[in-house]
Design a protein around this ligand. Structure first.
Ligand SMILES: Cc1cc2nc3c(=O)[nH]c(=O)nc-3n(C[C@H](O)[C@H](O)[C@H](O)COP(=O)(O)OP(=O)(O)OC[C@H]3O[C@@H](n4cnc5c(N)ncnc54)[C@H](O)[C@@H]3O)c2cc1C
Length: 329
């Protein structure tokens, strides 16, 4: 029988305190995401960001630095993925260079015997130049990863790229590549339908709340609704798909899903918690000690600006902390 979130004792209730329900976080998030495209702000953050603390979220600017951090995380029992930061590539030569760098990353992961897979953005591989270029590039990486028994996940970007990302994922699976996965975002109204469409493929999916600025016509504007959707979709995926990557730092949701798994006989090998490098490090380790599979998304590279801005937008305290570092200088 398929369990549901409706049963009395397992029902998830969105945050209820007045502080948690204030719209401040949504408004703050919107302002920061809009400011991301402001050129003077971008110039200042790009120039001083690493010195002001971007290194908390980014595992270095070089592969050597990333490898040292990945090894340290593996030594703590944490699995990882890594990403060469970058997105929105506008010419084929750059996309080709990105593919070459990812080939090197996959080689290095194997040489170093790290428990690390790769998560990448299709716009970094040339998606904006056309579906065929992105397909060809990602397929080359999926094939190369397979030679090492490794895995590639395609991150989900803005809503305009969701259809094409899912199409590329299905094409890769149709072509016989099983070592590939993608991501679904709970804030989009369409996601229940996307889950239904993908379940027959027995997909490897990561579920996230969603990190981009999307209009209310296509995405839930209220965080409590996103949280409710997230829980319902995670429960459905844990029930109906053999493996689910639950990517959130929200301990209320994680603890709820742990209880849900226990009550429905879903083994610890059927799901994995995923968090970002530098966020809730103590909790990541505690979950490992409790016997759960935990993966840390550990990006690196000099193109960290957009990634950093999304992390600052997710939490007002991050911006305060960044601002304090600026004043201290
Ligand atoms: C492994 C991983 C991969 C992701 N991949 C994608 C993707 O492909 N596409 C996409 O759109 N989004 C992606 N995201 C981002 C995601 O959509 C959310 O924006 C992000 O995870 C914040 O939501 P949350 O559920 O973690 O926590 P929230 O509900 O926002 O917050 C819950 C708690 O988590 C902690 N927290 C959350 N964010 C931060 C932060 N930045 N700094 C410090 N503490 C924080 C705080 O304690 C907060 O109270 C990914 C997230 C993770 C963890």
């Amino acid at each position: 029988m398929v369990a549901s979130s409706q049963s009395q004792d397992t029902a998830f209730r969105p945050a209820q305190t007045w502080r948690q329900r204030l719209p401040i976080n949504s408004a703050f998030r919107k302002v920061i995401l809009m400011a991301t495209h402001n050129r003077p702000i971008a110039n200042v953050v790009r120039r001083y960001g690493m010195r002001l603390g971007a290194g908390r979220f980014v595992a270095g600017e070089t592969l050597d630095q990333a490898v040292a951090n990945l090894r340290a995380l593996n030594d703590l029992g944490l699995r990882c993925n890594t990403t060469l930061l970058g997105e929105g590539v506008k010419d084929e030569r750059t996309a080709e260079e990105v593919v070459r760098q990812y080939m090197t990353i996959l080689d290095r992961i194997d040489q170093e015997k790290l428990t690390v897979n790769v998560a990448l953005k299709l716009t970094h591989l040339g998606l904006d130049l056309g579906e065929e270029i992105a397909y060809r590039n990602v397929e080359r990486l999926v094939i190369h990863a397979a030679t090492y028994g490794n895995f590639i996940r395609m991150d989900m970007e803005e809503s305009a790229r969701v259809d094409i990302t899912i199409r590329i994922f299905k094409r890769l699976r149709d072509a016989g590549h099983d070592n590939v996965g993608t991501v679904l975002q709970s804030y989009l109204y369409r996601t229940d339908d996307d889950i239904s469409g993908l379940i027959p493929l027995k997909p490897n999916l990561r579920l996230v709340k969603g990190a981009y600025l999307e209009p209310a016509s296509i995405a839930y504007p209220d965080k409590a609704d996103v949280d409710k959707q997230y829980v319902a979709q995670a429960e459905r995926m844990m029930n109906e798909i053999s493996f689910t990557a639950v990517a959130t730092h929200d301990d209320r949701i994680i603890e709820h899903l742990i209880k849900f798994a226990e009550q429905n006989g879903i083994g610890k090998d059927r799901f994995e918690f995923q968090m970002l490098y530098g966020i809730r490090a103590q909790y990541q380790r505690e979950l490992v000690k409790r016997g759960f599979r935990v993966l840390i998304a550990t990006p690196f590279g000099p193109e960290w600006y957009f990634y950093l801005m999304r992390r600052l937008a997710e939490r007002p305290a991050n911006l305060l902390w960044f601002g304090k570092n600026l004043i201290k200088r």
